[in-house]
Ligand binder design. Sequence first.
Ligand SMILES: *Cc1c(COP(=O)(O)O)cnc(C)c1O
Length: 374
Amino acid sequence: MKFDTLTVHAGAAVDAETGALVAPLHLSTTFEHEPDGSARQGFTYQRGDNPTQCRLEHALAALDSGDAAVFCASGMAAGTALLQAIPAGSHVLLQDDIYHGYRTLARDYFERWRLRVSSVDMTDLDAVRTAIDPRTRLVWAESPSNPLLKVIDIAGLATLARDHEARLVIDSTFATPALQQPLTLGADIVLHSATKYMGGHSDVMGGALVFAENGEFAAACRLVRSTIGLNASPFAAWMVLRGLRSLAVRIDKHCANARVVAEFLAGHSQVESTHYPGLASHPQHALARRQMRDFGGMLSFRVLGGRDAALAVAGRLRLFTNATSLGGCESLVEHRASVEGAHPVSPSNLLRLSVGIEDPADLIDDLAHALDAR
Ligand SMILES: *Cc1c(COP(=O)(O)O)cnc(C)c1O
């Protein structure tokens, strides 16, 4: 099946008991055993596994061309499941530009988990080669990255990781499986915040790990999830499954709108720079073209005049809501440095946009008004 067909039909088998087309939402926390004590259909307790989550995981694995998926309560929970499944004493190599929650996790928790960490600009594979050490067990990249939209050579990185017996995980939240297939490029694991484009409506939290191979490591992550209790509610799984059905068409509209917005910003006199992989001026534009089907709905830009000017622009926007998160139908703007806590790393004049699926003319009007008013 082609991708668009999969989004509609993966994990969508008609319910054998009732004929219902839509997946049943099973809220039961417990399941009856067989007389010999075994699990009737593999389910015993909701925290371990449940039918609604199981359906979603089949769909997630299919969409990312993987062998298995592990669904968790959030993107952070999925990342934590991964980190708790590698041996104590491991070194983790993180990309420099990465979701700030994981950076916080590395700074505040890795030491007590007995993990070592270093970070490097993974657009430079030579720098990665130098930074990998004999105890590196996980190479962790985000592409496109948050919030600078760096694009990482996934196939090149996969070769490097494999040569050093480290697993490669790609946080593909911005791209979704509709635009990029890291497992077919050689990555071992794909990570998604399903809270974003997969849910797609800003009303559910979830996180996914998708594995190239349903082997020991996938089993270890699954065990961490159920032991630590990183699992989502079946209702969240059901909502994400519902969101996946329209993923392909939503993403196409997000991409088309973001391209228009990026071109407008790139040509505006009050904009210092625009970060969007779809622009020919983007440093990894050629790589993005090879590696991605389209360039996504996320972008960021720097406003001339520094922090105050950027905040003023965000404050004048009417249609773009000033809020964190991304991937919903509505357009959002965010001053990244303001939400990064006590140790902001984003440039102080940077605004990040999650471009929604409104009419692009309205989005441009809003941006033009906010930028021209100065
Ligand atoms: C939001 C996000 C996360 C974290 O996901 P949550 O569902 O909020 O826990 C991880 N990576 C990226 C790229 C994100 O945008």
